[in-house]
Design a protein around this ligand. Structure first.
Ligand code: 5GP
Ligand code: ZN
Length: 116
C-alpha cells in the first residue's frame, strides 16, 4: 500500500518511536498520546481494518494481543491497560491500516465510552 501511513512506518519511510518489532508486528508510540502510555501495535502486512481480517490473519491477530501486556508493562502501565481497536466509520477509525491502541499509565483510563 504505497500511500498508507503505517505501511510507510513499516518500510522506514517515515519515522516512528518504535518499541517492538518481530516478523509479524510492529509497535510504536502514538504521535498524539491520549494517556501517559499510548502505543500502537500494527501488523506489518497491510490489513485495512478488523472488518477485513480472515482466518489467515489469526497468527498476527494473536501476536498483537499476546504482546500487549509486555509492552504496557515496559512503558508505564504495569497495573493494567486498555486495548482498543477502532474499526471503520462507526468505530471511528482514522488510519485505514489495522492497529491496536494500548493506553494506560499510573491512573485508570476512565469509562469505556463517553455517554451519549
Ligand atoms: P484511529 O483513530 O485510527 O484508531 O487511531 C489512529 C492513531 O494513529 C491516532 O491515535 C493518531 O494519533 C495516530 N497516528 C496518526 N498518524 C501517525 C503517525 O504518523 N505516527 C504515529 N506514531 N501515530 C500516528
Ligand atoms: Zn498499510
Amino acid at each position: 500500500m504505497d500511500n498508507c501511513i503505517f505501511c510507510k512506518i513499516v518500510r522506514g519511510e517515515i519515522p516512528a518511536r518504535q518499541v517492538y518489532e518481530d516478523e509479524l508486528v510492529l509497535a510504536f508510540h502514538d504521535i498524539q498520546p491520549q494517556r501517559p502510555t499510548h502505543i500502537l501495535v500494527i501488523p506489518k502486512r497491510h490489513i485495512a481494518s478488523l472488518a477485513e481480517v480472515t482466518s489467515a490473519d489469526e497468527p498476527v491477530l494473536g501476536r498483537m494481543l499476546a504482546i500487549a501486556q509486555q509492552l504496557a508493562r515496559a512503558h508505564g502501565s504495569a497495573d493494567g491497560f486498555r486495548a482498543i481497536i477502532n474499526t471503520g466509520r462507526v468505530g471511528g477509525q482514522e488510519v485505514p491500516h489495522l492497529h491496536m491502541h494500548i493506553v494506560g499509565g499510573p491512573d485508570p483510563v476512565g469509562p469505556m465510552l463517553k455517554k451519549i
